[in-house]
Design a binder for this molecule. Structure first.
Ligand code: G4P
Length: 540
């Protein structure tokens, strides 16, 4: 591996202060609440209110798309930036609804760590698992926050066991809940053997007052009550003998998750969790770029586009490309190399965005995210650099699991239809396929989540004034067909299948499920049927 150049110390200091992370959770586990509370404790209360209003459909002044408002979900992702304890946090929002898109996965490519929020009564839920799998692909270190301890919860040991067995990762308790449901009153911190007892505040609007004692303090019985205190001492003995201990290397390699218990709603355990993010979550790390590893403290600027979003704000009907800065310093108006286009581009219009608010960004460092006005120059996965040539590894493409025919209902609007479809394919909102021959008139669209079809339909209607129909197809598995041209005609197909081609003209076969796809491969040994992306569920 080649190192590209020497780090500069002041840049290194500033990069070391950064924590770029995302929160992953199943809907309703408490992601929005935890986000609000992290902002409350960091003193960015003005942002906390906006987070809730984005979530709340009826008051959603800040939602970008009508479909988000109708369903009260957040389809597009934003970045929140806040300071706490000498660190600068970039919190990348991932959609938390039940159905989701490749956008969610791509956001996870741009972070250095993730926080997994679980509901203490429900444990691991399907969406948590899918998002966890996407993190595991890149060995992203994951911290776990088990939320809602103020409600009747599963036993902490059962929860730790569930994380270990379902996700195949070690779970190291960092604190231990004192009571649960109405008797939940605080946490015991394993690292310094201290007891934190919190007080509830009205609607959890303010920081929860906290009393700190040592486990051996004789006044602890009085503070917690005799029963709770005896139970805590028993629990502490149990976990110190049997629990997994925290190991920084295993955490950074994605093999172990430190687990924190708390209640975001009541602000119980939020502050220690934020402190743990400073201590445990890694600052920007070197990124793979073919043979190179790009050091974030390298003075040369480099970054990659992980998300494109058009028409985010009806007032500014433009497209924004989001870049993650990977090394050096971004400055507004800088001229960078754009290797895909083999030319230089000036980065004149740079923004930080939160919902409909835009703020011009003059400078950003490794770990930060910048929105760039995109007059068609940038595509997902593009690398930008200012000096030493680098090309970051391509974005992973995920297996679409839903397919449909896309019919333009107003053939007079042929041009708008294709313009809109092209843009949305460029954004990576959906994948597009076409017929192998002229027999099939309509494009086939594929997506990771079914909701993407509705988003496509709504956006074509509202942004391009085109009405379309989406006719679902009964296929869930796509394979790239690799064989000699004459062998294709000899393929013995199963009864139900569809042959199409992707954007690079490669033949693709769609099957109803894995089983006929596997049978077809068995029946045609001279042909290779390759997955077209990374399966979204890869937990071993
Ligand atoms: P999400 O973003 O992961 O979808 O979840 P969100 O934070 O919106 O939380 C989902 C529900 O769970 C909300 O209740 C929220 O108040 C509640 N919640 C979050 N954290 C805790 C907690 O620590 N304890 C308890 N008891 N509840 C919690 P809601 O009734 O759906 O909404 P709201 O009327 O409270 O806003």
């Amino acid at each position: 591996m080649t190192k590209i150049s020497q780090p500069s110390s002041s840049l290194a200091e500033q990069v070391a202060r950064r924590r770029t992370f995302a929160i992953i959770s199943h809907p309703d586990a408490g992601k929005t609440t935890l986000t609000e509370k992290l902002l409350l404790y960091s003193g960015s209360v003005h942002l906390a209110g906006a987070v809730r209003s984005r979530k709340d459909q009826r008051h959603a002044t800040s939602d970008w798309m009508a479909i988000e408002q109708e369903r009260g979900i957040s389809i597009t992702s934003t970045v929140l930036q806040f300071n706490y304890g000498g660190c600068l946090f970039n919190l990348l929002d991932t959609p938390g609804h039940e159905d989701f898109s490749e956008d969610t996965y791509r956001t996870l490519v741009a972070v250095d760590s993730a926080v997994m929020v679980l509901d203490a009564a429900k444990g691991i839920e399907p969406q948590t698992r899918k998002l966890f799998d996407a993190c595991r692909l890149r060995q992203i270190p994951i911290l776990t926050f088990i939320n809602k301890l103020d409600h009747p919860a599963q036993h902490p040991l059962e929860l730790l066991d569930e994380i270990e067995t379902t996700l195949n990762i070690d779970a190291a308790p960092m604190n231990w809940p004192i009571g649960d449901g109405p008797t939940f009153q605080g946490v015991y911190q394993l690292s310094d053997a201290r007891v934190l007892q919190f007080e509830r505040t009205e609607h959890g609007q303010h920081r929860a007052p906290v009393t700190v004692r040592d486990l051996e303090d004789p006044t602890l019985d009085e503070l917690l009550g005799e029963e709770a205190c005896a139970q805590l001492r028993e629990d502490v003995e149990l976990i110190s003998g049997a629990g997994v201990s925290f190991d920084q290397d295993a955490f950074l390699a994605g093999r172990l998750t430190p687990v924190f218990f708390g209640s975001a709603l009541n602000n119980f355990g939020v502050e220690p969790f934020l402190d743990a993010l400073i201590k445990l979550a890694p600052p920007p790390r070197p990124r793979e770029a073919g043979e190179k590893r790009v050091d974030p403290c390298n003075n040369d600027f480099s970054g990659f586009v992980f998300k494109i979003q058009a028409n985010m704000n009806p007032k500014h009907r433009d497209s924004i490309a989001f870049i993650r800065v990977c090394s050096g310093r971004f400055t507004k108006d800088m001229t960078v190399n754009h290797p895909r286009l083999q030319r230089k581009v000036r980065l004149a219009r740079s923004f930080r965005l939160f919902a409909q608010d835009r703020e011009t960004v003059d400078e950003a460092l490794a770990g930060d995210v910048v929105g760039l006005s995109n007059p068609g120059l940038f595509a997902i996965g593009d690398t930008l650099y200012d000096s030493e040539p680098v090309t970051f590894d391509p974005m992973p493409q995920f297996e679409p699991e839903h397919f449909a025919l896309l019919r333009n209902l107003d053939t007079a609007k042929y041009k708008q239809f294709h313009k809109g479809l092209d843009q949305l394919v460029k954004e990576g909102a959906i994948q597009r396929f076409d017929a192998l021959d002229a027999s099939q008139l309509y494009p086939v669209i594929g997506a990771v989540g079914r909701l993407q079809f509705e988003v496509l339909q709504t956006r074509l209607q509202t942004e391009y004034n085109v009405d379309v129909a989406i006719d679902p197809l009964p296929y869930t598995v796509a394979r790239r067909v690799v064989c000699a041209p004459d062998a294709f005609a000899r393929i013995k197909w199963p009864m139900e299948h569809m042959s199409i081609k992707d954007q690079s003209e490669h033949p693709i076969a769609l099957f109803a499920s894995e089983w006929p796809a596997a049978r077809c491969a068995e029946n045609n040994p001279e042909v290779e049927f390759r997955p077209i992306g990374i399966a979204s569920s890869i937990t071993p």
